[in-house]
Design a protein around this ligand. Structure first.
Ligand SMILES: Cc1cc2nc3c(=O)[nH]c(=O)nc-3n(C[C@H](O)[C@H](O)[C@H](O)COP(=O)(O)OP(=O)(O)OC[C@H]3O[C@@H](n4cnc5c(N)ncnc54)[C@H](O)[C@@H]3O)c2cc1C
Length: 474
């Protein structure tokens, strides 16, 4: 009798749609999967749900595509029971490295209520499904309490069953604004306006692509009906020019945009509100991939048709490889999981086996490519910034300091601005301000190349490798 080969192990980082699809596809093909996520429960951003202790009777009321979630949830439970997947919640991965000599990878994660303790997990291969985060652009008054990100407002509602305030304005640009406004209105907030900087006429240029996605059009129409029912005022081609208030938000001023993306003087309107939920699109999480030396293409982790990065043994799927919605993340995750399952057994996979997922991926990428330029922030947003408007709130760097670095000290890129002003050196390591700094410096937005994906206590860094006791993932 030949001894059985030991199970091959895969660490999937991120338990959103991409990570779940990948973990299931890999575990169903006999890989031993460790699914690691910083959140207390699986689901990622799209399937964020209230904690069980909150006793929500109908959590699906705040979601669409709930059946897909049920399928993922049940599949995960089955695989956990069968030993195919180990699900580690509240593990904040700060670094992944190749283990020289032995092969495979070590995944370093912070745990505990203060995230002061680090554990190391070993796996033969790694699949990065870390999703994206919201892009934030500053404007006068944006640091007032009551101004939150659009996704943050939605997370409070979906995850905590609370409203961020009683009267809200939802503003910025992107497909996320509609579900956020509809969700807030449906949960009882008065939504005074949905302020979208995109011009609806710009969608006409992509009519053929949009028509090929009736599901997306139907989804948008559903949100439109909900907004009309709640009498939410829709103001396309407008932007927020100022948030007002003393101790907290009391009102916002919005204004119309001209075709070049400049504010039209004299079109200002003021809305009373205690909440401004604002977002300007999403950015992919690339830190872990960059730490591993994976190629990043613009802002996205570069992958091939099998979702492999250019580092052997590392796959990536979902919004880390480009912003495109939950359906794209599911398709990419499925393909990545199947590819990893075959490759880790030394086999070349047959792409015909995942033809349906590949078709969904192509369609979803086409759709994302068509709508993303339409939803770009107004071209001249930076002109609204006063000299005292904070750009980097961690280090309290105002727009004047960034302008001085660019206009007087000759900085032409975000890194020079950072060295001259400290913008991007604080706790969030530029996640909040990097897009704003790039806009003010007039340079291309790039991934930030942070050494670690999370702030790491010095005690953890001081630990020698010998003191780390890797916990085998199998
Ligand atoms: C705030 C927010 C709200 C959104 N709301 C909507 C909506 O209403 N409708 C809609 O259609 N789309 C929405 N989207 C987009 C949608 O959620 C995404 O398209 C989809 O969730 C992407 O799936 P994903 O698996 O790629 O990433 P995600 O769902 O973002 O999952 C990534 C997972 O990785 C985990 N993770 C990241 N970094 C680490 C780390 N270092 N260590 C451990 N775990 C890590 C995160 O906790 C998360 O669970 C939203 C996105 C965001 C960010």
């Amino acid at each position: 009798m030949t001894p059985e080969a030991p199970p091959r192990t895969l660490a999937v980082i991120g338990a959103g749609p991409a990570g779940l699809a990948a973990a299931l596809a890999a575990a169903q093909r006999d890989l031993r999967v460790t699914l690691i996520d910083s959140a207390p429960q699986a689901g990622g951003q799209f399937y964020r749900r209230p904690a069980a202790a909150l006793g929500a009777r109908r959590p699906q009321a705040l979601h669409h595509q709930w059946r897909t979630w049920e399928r993922l949830r049940d599949g995960l439970a089955e695989q956990i029971a069968a030993g195919g997947i180990t699900h580690l919640t509240e593990h904040h991965v700060w670094f992944v490295e190749r283990v020289e000599g032995e092969g495979g990878f070590a995944v370093q994660a912070l745990i505990g209520p203060e995230q002061q303790e680090s554990v190391a997990l070993r796996a033969d291969a790694v699949l990065l499904a870390t999703g994206g985060y919201e892009k934030v652009l500053p404007f006068p008054g944006w640091t007032l309490p009551g101004v939150v990100t659009a996704g943050g407002a939605q997370a409070m509602l979906k995850g905590g069953l609370v409203l961020p305030g009683r009267t809200a304005v939802v503003a910025g640009t992107g497909p996320l604004l509609m579900p956020v406004a509809a969700g807030l209105a449906g949960a009882g907030a008065e939504v005074a306006a949905l302020v979208e900087s995109a011009d609806p006429k710009a969608f006409a240029r992509h009519a053929a692509t949009l028509a090929a996605h009736p599901d997306k059009l139907a989804e948008a129409a559903r949100y439109g009906v909900q907004l009309l029912r709640h009498r939410v005022r829709l103001t396309p081609r407008h932007t927020v020019v100022q948030a007002h208030g003393k101790a907290s938000l009391e009102a916002v001023t919005i204004a119309a945009l001209d075709p070049a993306g400049r504010v039209r003087p004299g079109t200002e309107r003021r809305f009373r509100c205690d909440t401004l939920a604002v977002g300007h699109g999403m950015l992919p999480h690339t830190d872990l991939a960059e730490g591993l030396g994976c190629r990043v293409d613009g802002l996205n982790v570069a992958v091939d048709a099998e979702q492999r990065t250019d580092v052997p043994g590392v796959w990536a799927a979902g919004e880390a490889t480009g912003i495109g919605g939950a359906a794209l993340s599911l398709a990419e995750g499925h393909i990545a999981g199947r590819s990893a399952a075959a490759r880790l057994r030394g086999r070349t996979p047959d792409p015909r086996a995942w033809a349906a997922a590949a078709k969904s991926r192509t369609k979803a990428r086409e759709f994302a490519a068509a709508i993303s330029p339409v939803y770009a922030p107004p071209a001249h947003w930076a002109e609204q910034l006063r000299d005292d408007t904070l750009v980097c709130r961690c280090e309290e760097v105002p727009a004047s300091a960034v302008r001085e670095a660019v206009d007087e000290l000759g900085a032409t890129d975000a890194r020079s601005v950072k060295l001259l002003t400290r913008a991007g050196m604080g706790w969030c390591q530029g996640r909040m301000c990097s897009a704003a700094v790039a806009g003010l410096a007039g340079c291309e937005e790039r991934s930030a190349r942070r050494p670690f994906a999370r702030p790491v206590p010095l005690g953890v860094l001081a630990q020698t490798p010998d003191e780390d006791e890797p916990t085998p993932s199998s």
